[in-house]
Ligand binder design. Structure first.
Ligand code: COI
Length: 355
């Protein structure tokens, strides 16, 4: 793959850009996209950047029937003349981990990162400037072989699309309310929970719909066996501050290994705040809340960044955290992480890649 030239077929017109203060998450797309194909025996081929447009697929394409697909999410920021990406190599590494699980051929991580940089340079005017905004990057792979048998596809399409975004939640960075899900499960060890694949998200919609009806923005998933231990929130990993210590569920084979999660763990430890990755049960959380020891809770994710949790609704109980207000640590983490990502706070970890 390395050394292959990316064919450029650029648009002669430019779409109007949305106003930065009205940006929603994932509703607008830039002028161009990257794509390449995979054919068994030939490998990944024909990399190209073309005008953003609908694609045409055979209705028998396997992705429509059996969901053999993976995706990633990362962001680009602009700081003066500089365009910054946050730990992009981690996302392409994880894409290959997801590929492995879904029987999708590996991509050349260095090559797709170069392709992404080229695409962003072409569409750089779309990177919004303003608090809480960024250019969200969505790389994804779909299986395209027309075949109705259940087997790994022999043809795939890899694409990258770009979307200027504001906050993921309509609440912005205000604390959100989360419903603890006691009936449905997201994943079990041995399943696809650690892969970023569409089916995990499709399977979460039913629970998310009922959480919305209860006024909750998201669902907190419990483990698939005992429905006792906390796993993650719909689109985020989750952290708690209990009696001065930061705690997050340990990676257990069904939780997604979030890039923001691992960055927050490193940051908190760097600040000398005690942090443990371990099992956390809902009972423990409830008890800590009763004892007045549950100081803060927040979710982490690329799309959501740091999202403070103001309340958990668990069966008939309501666990209000920090009076429903953003906690000190959540705020410090949000400011530091977004500061590093946007290039206004020093990056002692070498996370930011300038393109
Ligand atoms: C991300 O945080 O980038 C994600 O992939 C979550 C997404 C489902 C919105």
């Amino acid at each position: 793959m390395k050394g292959q030239t990316i064919n450029l077929n650029l648009s002669t017109t430019r779409k109007p850009k949305p106003q930065t203060d009205q940006l929603q998450f994932g509703r607008n797309f830039t002028d161009h996209m990257f794509m390449m194909d995979y054919t068994e025996g030939k490998g990944w081929h024909d990399p190209q950047i073309v005008p953003y447009q609908p694609i045409s697929l055979d209705p028998a394409s396997m992705v429509f029937h059996y969901g053999q697909t993976v995706f990633e999410g990362l962001k680009a920021y602009v700081q003066g003349e500089r365009i910054l990406l946050f730990r992009p190599e981690k996302n392409f590494q994880r894409l290959n981990i997801s590929n492995e699980r879904l029987c999708i051929p590996h991509i050349d991580e260095e090559f797709v990162l170069e392709a992404l940089e080229e695409l962003i340079n072409i569409d750089h005017e779309w990177i919004p400037v303003g608090e809480g905004t960024s250019l969200y990057i969505r790389p994804f792979i779909i299986s395209t072989e027309p075949f109705l048998g259940v087997a790994p596809s022999r043809h795939f399409k890899f694409m990258i699309i770009l979307s200027p975004v504001g906050s993921y939640y309509t609440e912005g960075i205000k604390p959100i309310k989360i419903g603890v899900e006691s009936d449905y499960v997201r994943a079990v060890k041995g399943g696809t929970g650690t892969a970023k694949t569409g089916g995990n998200y499709a399977a979460s919609l039913k629970a998310q719909e009922s959480a919305h009806l209860k006024g909750c923005a998201q669902v907190l998933w419990l483990d698939g066996l005992e429905k006792k231990y906390i796993e993650e929130v719909g689109s985020m990993n989750v952290f708690f501050k209990i009696n001065g210590e930061v705690v997050t569920p340990e990676l257990n084979g069904s939780i997604l290994d979030g890039v923001t999660r691992s960055s927050i763990i490193q940051l908190v430890k760097h600040w000398g705040i005690p942090l443990t990755e371990r099992k956390v049960s809902m009972e423990e959380l409830d008890q800590a809340h009763k004892d007045g020891l549950l100081e803060e809770a927040f979710g982490t994710g690329t799309a959501a960044v740091i999202s403070p949790v103001g309340e958990f609704v668990w069966e008939e109980k309501s666990l209000v955290i920090n009076g429903g207000e953003t906690g000190e640590l959540s705020k410090r983490l949000y400011d530091t992480l977004t500061g590093i990502q946007t290039g206004v706070v020093e990056d002692p970890f070498g996370w930011v890649k300038e393109i």
